[in-house]
Design a protein. Structure first.
Length: 662
């Protein structure tokens, strides 16, 4: 018997050595031999489970750990390892319970606490995850895994991002995978709007791991954000080829300003959703609503992290206020803290109730919407910053709708409808959308017809020269690309004393754009950057000094096109093929200004030059629009709300005849 024990120990030690050498099959053989001699060895069972886990034989690994815990129930290491296997199996709540059990036995067990934190990250319970990592680091300040986890928690909480950057650097110094730490650091830098530094990080990642998922698209997007057009054509071509071959090469949002392809927009969305947010049936089928009777109000839940000073709120708030409260109960599901005053306060007041889901996981939020018996859950984010597609992956309501925040398909089987119009999605383009397309009359964009416009400042106060035509493009930097900028610079060269009035940008973006202008023969003073102003009313007021708004392509002006028209400024657009490239065309069609819609950049440039050379025609156009604006369907908030409500009702009628998925 003693000899068998010694042999079992030797075989177990041999297995450990082989495991350390990553010779997993050989290690498994040694553990099997050890357990044939000592089947009651909890240590050998745990070690064999490690080899099985490395071989991705997770069910068998879990069986070994459960067997070890039957032999030694109070075994923190086994409970920790069991949590890791359950986490690998995506049984996250069970994993969390296993880590909790380990910590109940040994509160100072830092490894289990760190693993618990990573599981909380998986569950998107970021505040609790941060507490875990802080506790580990208080005991072991140089723990690389805890530093990395803390950085990820801060990144997702959008808090103390400078600390997140420092934690990613600290994790790298501790020997954690440099690619992963650089990817995380680049995301934190991007949130800090330090896009140039993000480009440096991502360029290093591309050099080290060119096949790393999504990194090439992130690099292209960060370069656009900083107006760094290095290798622009090469990057775009590589993205196009990679997507066409089915690679996980870019986030869907990053693609919109780069490629005017409905087919590739769908492909990128499908790839991303299948990878990151597949349908999850763990909540089971939806229960039938308990509310009944003819007096029952339809419950609409708008889900967003943008109930703050954000274009979505500025566009939608008037419609929220107009909803018929006799027929609809309207709630806001808040994914990020809103503004305490200004537009955030007005949006909150427009809901019947606001529910804070910032600390809830995707699953918990979906459960909440189910418990509230929401009839229509409206995703206002799509793939924009801070979005939570996982809520909808759990089937939160019988009808799930994609609307407003993201200009394109989300490629998800669980999103039932996409609200659009006849211009942004022509009938022959529906094949590029996984959702059923519901077209609103006129334009799919809502507008608030109560937005105040402040008095226009003087040109001097606005930083504009005393004379000369003002081309305006108050767009996000990432929508500006070399082909569009080439047109703009040719216009400045051909229209004497004209200037291009742009949104305020960071120092790096301004420097890059001024350099690009100089390379095209345009002096720096011909570009005027508008500083931030305190209110939307002031921003709209200064619009009135512009003569012509120049749109971008293939990612059009959306809310900014509406801003310009509301302030009385004509918008010139170039129609593309994707949803994102057709929004301004939709806006101008609803406004009754078809002469401002062009089909390609050549016609766009020609029309801009024509309008700039005929000031009386431009003046007449502005006057005609000013007279028509108040009666335009584009700005009829009440009528728009009625059309939107009819769309929701139609979806619900159809859903009663179609079995709900999940």
């Amino acid at each position: 018997m003693l000899q068998s024990t010694d042999d079992a120990r030797t075989l177990n030690d041999r297995g450990n050595a082989l495991l350390g050498m990553q010779r997993f099959e050989e290690a498994l053989t040694s553990y099997n031999q050890a357990l044939s001699l000592r089947p009651d060895s909890a240590a050998s069972l745990i070690n064999r489970s490690n080899a099985l886990r490395a071989l991705r034989r997770l069910d068998e690994a879990l069986q070994d750990l459960d067997a070890a815990l039957k032999i030694r129930p109070a075994f923190p290491e086994a409970l920790n390892n069991r949590g890791n296997v359950l986490r690998d199996m995506r049984r996250l709540r069970e994993a969390l319970a296993s880590f909790d059990a380990a910590l109940a036995l040994r509160p100072e067990f830092s490894l289990a606490r760190c693993n618990r934190g990573h599981t909380l990250l998986d569950l998107k319970r970021y505040p609790e995850a941060l507490e875990c990592f802080d506790a580990v680091l208080a005991h072991t300040p140089g723990d690389g895994e805890a530093l990395f986890g803390r950085a990820v928690a801060l990144l997702n909480l959008r808090q103390r991002l400078e600390e997140a950057v420092a934690c990613f650097d600290g994790a790298a110094l501790c020997g954690l995978d440099r690619v992963e730490t650089l990817v995380g650091k680049s995301a934190a830098l991007a949130q800090l709007k330090r896009h140039g530094e993000a480009v440096v990080c991502l360029s290093e990642v591309v050099a080290m791991a060119p096949e790393r998922d999504y990194v090439l698209g992130s690099l292209a997007y960060s370069r656009l954000q900083s107006l760094d057009w290095t290798d622009y054509g090469t990057l775009v071509g590589t993205l196009q080829r990679s997507l066409s071959s089915g690679r996980k090469v870019t986030y869907p949002l990053s693609l919109l300003p780069l490629l005017d392809s409905p087919q590739l927009s769908l492909e990128s969305a499908r790839i991303y959703v299948e990878d990151q947010y597949p349908a999850d049936e763990s909540l089971g089928p939806l229960a039938r609503p308990s509310r009944s009777g003819s007096r029952r109000r339809i419950r609409i839940a708008y889900v967003s992290g943008d109930f703050r000073d954000h274009p979505v709120s500025h566009l939608l708030v008037g419609v929220l206020q107009e909803h018929d409260r006799a027929r609809f109960e309207v709630m806001g599901i808040q994914l990020r803290a809103g503004d305490a005053d200004g537009i955030g306060h007005r949006v909150a007041a427009a809901f019947d109730r606001v529910i804070d889901a910032t600390a809830l996981s995707d699953r918990e939020t979906a459960e909440l919407l189910r418990d509230l018996e929401v009839d229509v859950a409206v995703d206002l984010m799509g793939f924009t910053d801070g979005s939570r597609p996982g809520i909808f992956a759990h089937r939160s309501a019988r009808v799930q709708v994609s609307y407003l925040g993201y200009a394109g398909t989300v490629g998800a089987p669980y999103m039932d409808y996409l609200l659009a119009d006849a211009v942004v999605i022509p009938p022959d383009q529906e094949r590029w959308y996984t959702e059923k397309v519901i077209r609103l009359p006129n334009c799919f964009l809502p507008n608030d017809d109560q937005r105040p416009i402040a008095a226009a400042p003087s040109r001097e106060q606005a930083g504009l020269p005393a004379h000369g035509l003002v081309f305006c493009a108050f767009t996000n930097a990432y929508k500006i690309n070399p082909p569009v900028f080439d047109v703009w610079m040719r216009l400045l060269r051909q229209v004497p004393h004209s200037v291009l009035w742009l949104r305020g940008m960071g120092v790096e973006a301004r420097t890059n754009l001024i350099r690009e202008a100089a390379s095209r023969g345009v002096e720096a003073q011909r570009l005027v950057f508008a500083p931030h102003v305190a209110s939307m009313a002031e921003h709209l007021g200064r619009h009135q000094l512009a003569d012509l708004y120049l749109d971008t392509s293939p990612y059009n002006a959306h809310s900014t096109a509406c801003d310009a028209l509301w302030a009385g400024v004509p918008v010139l657009t170039c129609t593309g093929r994707t949803f994102a490239a057709r929004v301004a065309t939709s806006v101008l069609t609803a406004a009754g200004l078809p002469e401002l819609i062009t089909r390609d950049l050549q016609e766009y440039e020609s029309r801009a030059l024509q309008l700039a050379g005929e000031p009386e025609r431009l003046k007449e156009l502005r006057l005609r629009w000013a007279q028509h604006r108040e009666h335009s369907p584009l700005f009829d908030t009440r009528a728009y709300c009625k059309h939107l409500e009819d769309a929701y009702l139609g979806m619900l009628v159809r859903s009663t005849h179609t079995p709900a998925t999940h």
